[in-house]
Ligand binder design. Structure first.
Ligand SMILES: Nc1ncnc2c1ncn2[C@@H]1O[C@H](COP(=O)(O)OP(=O)(O)O)[C@@H](O)[C@H]1O
Ligand SMILES: [Mg+2]
Length: 254
């Protein structure tokens, strides 16, 4: 289990890569390797059907950390919100092709791949078009295997593939779980998270039984939650001040 401290500046999206990645790297190094395409890869899906729990932050930091440690890494943005794409500095406007075209088989992965950090980090970007894939994939053959087969067909030399998934357990997330050999679950430290976790573990079990026998849970990344409103936790914090402003605005409109 990994614990990701909830303090400002601990994550790559804020501009710097931080030490918790080392913990994750330690565990990742011990994963078994999977033969995919021309190269040996370890592929890790970052999954939780709840939004805002730190999936993208974890995926981006982990991918950046792996690249910094000298491993060729591919991050696959499988969320139509495209936060990993934006977070890595790639503009979504006019982007073609994207992971959407790769999943539907109209473009190969290498055409959609963009380099984001010199020396080792590539991105398969996403944009809002990907919302349509959830529906369009339903009618296609081997719909759960689209990502896996696209990545297998074309080894781009990546040692690690990190897949950021959307906040649902739909076909996109199933594609992530089928393409991966390991799952990393960011989980907020709050009681209700456990209900969601039970459902997620059940889904992982089903995917393992029916679609991807090699799938294993790599670990849980604990992302903190104060368990009470931020204003009650620390009224002087930036988050609390923003909520106070919002409260004032709501009161003004009464
Ligand atoms: N370890 C962390 N410490 C501080 N803030 C975090 C941490 N992980 C995530 N966040 C913040 O929480 C919000 C949601 O994170 P995100 O990674 O986008 O979640 P998800 O991809 O699950 O929706 C973001 O604003 C992000 O900056
Ligand atoms: Mg996200």
């Amino acid at each position: 289990m990994f614990y990701v401290k909830h303090s400002k500046g601990w994550y790559f999206m804020g501009g710097r890569t931080k030490p918790y990645i080392c913990l994750v790297l330690f565990r990742v190094e011990r994963c078994s390797a999977t033969k995919m395409g021309a190269s040996i890869r370890r592929s890790i899906a970052v999954v939780n059907q709840k939004g805002g729990v730190g999936k993208t932050t974890t995926a981006v930091n982990l991918a950046a950390g792996l690249a910094l440690a000298g491993h060729q890494t591919l991050i696959v943005d499988l969320d139509p919100q495209g936060n990993a794409t934006t977070g890595l500095g790639v503009k979504k406007e006019g982007l073609y092709p994207t992971i959407y075209h790769v999943l539907l088989g109209s473009e190969p992965p290498h055409k959609a791949t963009v380099g984001v950090v010199t020396g080792g980090l590539n991105l398969l970007p996403s944009d809002i078009d990907l919302v349509g894939a959830e529906i369009e994939l339903v009618g296609l053959e081997r719909r759960e295997y689209r990502l896996r087969e696209a990545l297998e067909a074309e080894g781009d030399g990546a040692e690690y593939v990190i897949i950021d998934s959307p906040p649902s357990l739909g076909l996109l997330t199933i594609n992530a779980l089928v393409a991966a050999d390991r799952v990393l679950v960011p989980l907020q430290c709050e009681f209700y998270a456990l209900e969601g976790l039970a459902h997620l573990v059940k889904t992982i079990k089903l995917v393992r039984e029916r679609l991807n026998p090699g799938l294993k849970i790599l670990g849980i990344v604990l992302t903190p939650s104060h368990g009470r409103p931020v204003m009650l936790h620390d009224v002087r914090s930036n988050g609390a001040i923003a909520y106070l402003e919002l409260t004032k605005e709501v009161l003004r409109h009464e």
